[in-house]
Design a binder for this molecule. Structure first.
Ligand code: SF4
Ligand code: SF4
Length: 374
């Protein structure tokens, strides 16, 4: 059987339009009831990587969450909670900044901060430190944002669950899983362990360029729904004219049995009919979307380049944008820090590229969009 991804064209965060569009997408997927029982404890997991105004397209839009809360409540779901473990700061603060806190209050949804942790041994032999709130929920509903990502090229349905790893363990995870492939395998394992019931993507306003927190908002005008996160992310790749095979979470997600990125195994259901991902690319795709489409060279060649640090992506600071806040230094998970204030606090921090593992936590956490990747 093919993996189903529902796609609803939607160009507005207007409450009523969203309510209709989300209902329509859920119906196309087969409805909520077969997926989630009415009495289950449901935990929504938006992308709240850090505090940001909603216009910046850093976080899942609060209007999407509000419409979802309304739909679940009206269908008779009684136990609703919503939370995340942000890269920096608290979920409550991030919600307040974008206005999601009001949606929780209006629909009586409990805020979960993902502070209490529990070690979990996965079936594939990893130890992950996860939020107890996630482990105690009956059904996880992952609501991600369509964005670019320095390490994995895009961040979508699979990557969103990294927020279920508690606090500083996220940063430390980058030292444990220090390249895009190893990191992607851990993400697939994480998803297979906590198994969200449903994945949704806010792709009305996406982020292109220097994502996932310092890029530029761009209209993509879609909402996506699936129970297969790899298929959902593969459809995103088609929409942004990126070869799905260039995204490590797609490749490893497929190999590990999380889902499929292959077009022949995906059907995209829309209000106008069923399409292949290629047809979706033609109808809704944006070839000018700014994302890293460079192919990786042969493994052996790349390994030797890596030894000499050639052709590796690296973060750098745009000096006149830097406000010397030090968030990047705090975010760096490497022992002894690969970025430091070497010339006093009146100058921007300086990289030690020999120590740097290219996790891009500094770029992700810089609140002033001062770190880029070249
Ligand atoms: S986080 Fe950004 S603004 Fe703050 S010191 Fe680092 S580069 Fe500068
Ligand atoms: S300097 Fe930045 S990219 Fe390099 S290891 Fe530290 S946080 Fe990661």
């Amino acid at each position: 059987m093919k993996s189903k991804v529902a796609l609803i064209p939607c160009s507005s965060y207007d409450k009523e339009i969203l309510y209709r569009s989300l209902n329509q997408g859920l119906e196309l997927l087969g409805g909520l009831e077969p997926l989630i029982g009415k009495e289950e404890n449901i935990l929504f997991k938006p992308n709240l990587v850090r505090s940001a105004k909603r216009e910046r397209a850093v976080v899942t839009d609060p209007a999407v969450m509000e419409a979802l809360f309304a739909i679940f409540r009206e269908k008779g779901y009684s136990h609703l909670a919503c939370g995340d473990s942000c890269g920096i700061g608290s979920a409550g603060k991030a919600m307040k900044e974008c206005g999601m806190d009001e949606a929780l209050e209006r629909w009586n949804v409990t805020l979960k901060e993902f502070q209490n942790e529990q070690k979990v041994e996965t079936e594939r032999g990893r130890t992950l430190t996860l939020a107890k709130d996630v482990l105690q929920a009956d059904a996880l509903v992952s609501v991600c944002k369509m964005k670019t990502h320095a390490l994995e090229r895009i961040t979508g349905a699979v990557k969103n669950q990294y927020g279920c790893v508690c606090g500083m363990h996220k940063a430390m995870g980058h030292t444990q899983y220090p390249n895009a492939d190893i990191f992607a395998r851990m993400l697939a394992d994480l998803n297979l362990t906590i198994r969200p019931r449903l994945y949704l993507m806010d792709g009305i306003t996406a982020m292109e360029g220097n994502g996932p927190t310092s890029g530029d908002p761009v209209s993509m005008n879609v909402l996506l729904f699936s129970t297969d996160p790899v298929a959902l992310d593969s459809v995103v790749c088609h929409l942004v004219h990126l070869d799905p095979q260039l995204v490590p979470t797609n490749i490893h997600g497929e190999k590990m049995g999380l889902g499929t990125w292959k077009s022949s195994q995906i059907e995209v259901v829309t209000p106008d009919g069923i399409y292949t991902p290629e047809q979706i690319r033609q109808i809704y795709g944006k070839p000018e979307f700014h994302v890293d489409r460079k192919k990786i060279k042969g493994k052996n060649i790349m390994d030797s380049f890596r030894v000499f640090g050639i052709f590796r992506k690296k973060p750098y600071i745009v000096k006149d944008q830097c406000r010397k806040c030090g968030v990047c230094v705090s975010a760096c998970p490497v022992e002894g820090k690969a970025i430091q204030f070497k010339n006093g606090r009146t100058n921007p921090p300086v990289y030690d590229y020999k120590k740097c593992i290219r996790c891009f936590c500094c770029q992700e956490m810089c609140p002033h969009r001062a770190i880029k990747v070249k």
